[in-house]
Design a protein. Structure first.
Length: 385
């Protein structure tokens, strides 16, 4: 019963983690107007947020060894609640920017801590449901913020998000002694053998998240400016692309441990490459749209399953540190690959989007093959859940 309660609390934590990220896009025009900032300054908030996230995820292993995940989670949630309350109450732009750094740092600790705990304690079903929970939160966030703005102010929306985080902080605090990490297994790779594995793993996370985010950010531009599709159906197709992630993770959770995670990761990468190639080729608009959906559905299980396989590849004692580094690499990839496509679009036009997405998906598939090479396969993973 206690284990199920912690699983439910993990899911709630990831729903709450996704809500502010989904809400910011809706709240930003109101924030920009009230603080008299140009709309383009959203980029500053995102850079500051990402900086806090990178710092905390890279420190995750050290913090978990020193304090334990049971203490990290309530403190991180309390910091998140406080920063969201600042969003709701402050009238000073520098204070809001500073709060964004702390919000990113708190989110990074929750993300890395819960991922590490789940990878060490549970199996494919729980890990995929955990990441589907984040998608649910990212979907709920815009609804909450839209309702708040429609009925009053964005400040009400951030106040509600702060209250959710405060409740989670209390729940994490009450359960803090139950978040135990299992002892390391007897089969642990040495430091020398760990370095190439970690490097290959970081490359995969960098490329995976870059492909995921770049596809979501640039698909609308590709469909409208290069393919001539009207904005409304193009927008619906991009919405369906993001929705396919939650669907794909729910499907993978239903499969559970009946299929080897390594096999599902490999199949996902191969299918994502096929989808990206179809999106680039696009002999008809509908086949191009099918390529976009295939890409999203195929990418969906890769991140959760790679995280799940980390303890078996790099050792359970090193897993919290490795998962923190992996999330940091993913964050860098999410900024770098879309940025590279932006440079190419400025130079060559929107037609460059299709072949670059296919190229990056191909590099992801190659990096996955390198990571899965003989001698780099996981010793074991998680637990049966």
């Amino acid at each position: 019963m206690a284990a199920r309660a912690l699983i439910g609390l993990s899911f709630a934590g990831f729903i709450a983690l996704g809500m502010p990220e989904g809400a910011l896009g809706v709240a930003w025009p109101s924030l920009a107007s009230e603080f008299e900032r140009p709309l383009g300054e959203l980029g500053l908030l995102l850079v500051v947020y990402t900086s806090g996230y990178l710092l905390s995820t890279a420190s995750n292993g050290w913090l978990m060894r020193r304090f334990g995940v049971g203490r990290m989670l309530p403190v991180s949630s309390a910091i998140a609640a406080a920063t969201l309350a600042v969003y709701a109450g402050t009238g000073r732009w520098p204070v809001l920017v500073s709060a964004s750094f702390l919000l990113g740092a708190a989110g990074g600790l929750i993300d890395a801590g819960v991922n590490a705990y789940t990878a060490l304690r549970h199996g494919s079903r729980v890990m995929n449901l955990l990441h589907a929970s984040f998608g649910l939160g990212a979907t709920l966030g815009p609804f909450v913020m839209t309702f708040a703005i429609d009925t009053g102010s964005y400040r009400t929306g951030y106040g509600l998000l702060a209250a959710v985080q405060a409740l989670l902080a209390a729940a994490f605090w009450v359960s803090r002694h139950r978040w135990s990490i299992p002892p390391p297994s007897s089969e642990q790779p040495g430091r020398a053998g760990r370095r190439p594995l970690l490097a290959a793993s970081l490359a995969v996370f960098f490329l995976y998240t870059g492909v995921e985010v770049a596809t979501g950010q640039w698909a609308f531009t590709l469909l409208t400016l290069d393919r001539g599709i009207d904005p409304v159906p193009a927008g619906l197709l991009v919405t369906a692309y993001w929705g396919s992630f939650t669907l794909g993770r729910l499907i993978t959770a239903g499969i559970g441990d009946r299929r080897r995670p390594e096999a599902m990761v490999g199949a996902g990468m191969a299918a994502a490459l096929g989808g990206a190639l179809l999106l680039w080729w696009s002999p008809t608009d509908w086949l191009g749209a099918a390529g976009l959906m295939i890409t999203g559905l195929s990418l969906a299980p890769i991140f959760p399953l790679l995280t799940l396989l980390t303890p078996g590849r790099l050792g359970s004692s090193y897993a919290p540190t490795a998962i923190g580094f992996q999330l940091a690499a993913a964050s860098v990839g999410a900024a770098t690959l879309p940025g590279l496509i932006g440079l190419a679009v400025n130079r060559s036009g929107p037609g460059a989007i299709g072949w670059l997405l296919a190229l990056f998906a191909g590099l992801l598939a190659v990096s996955g093959i390198v990571l899965a090479a003989p001698g780099r396969r996981p010793v074991g993973y998680g637990g049966a859940s």
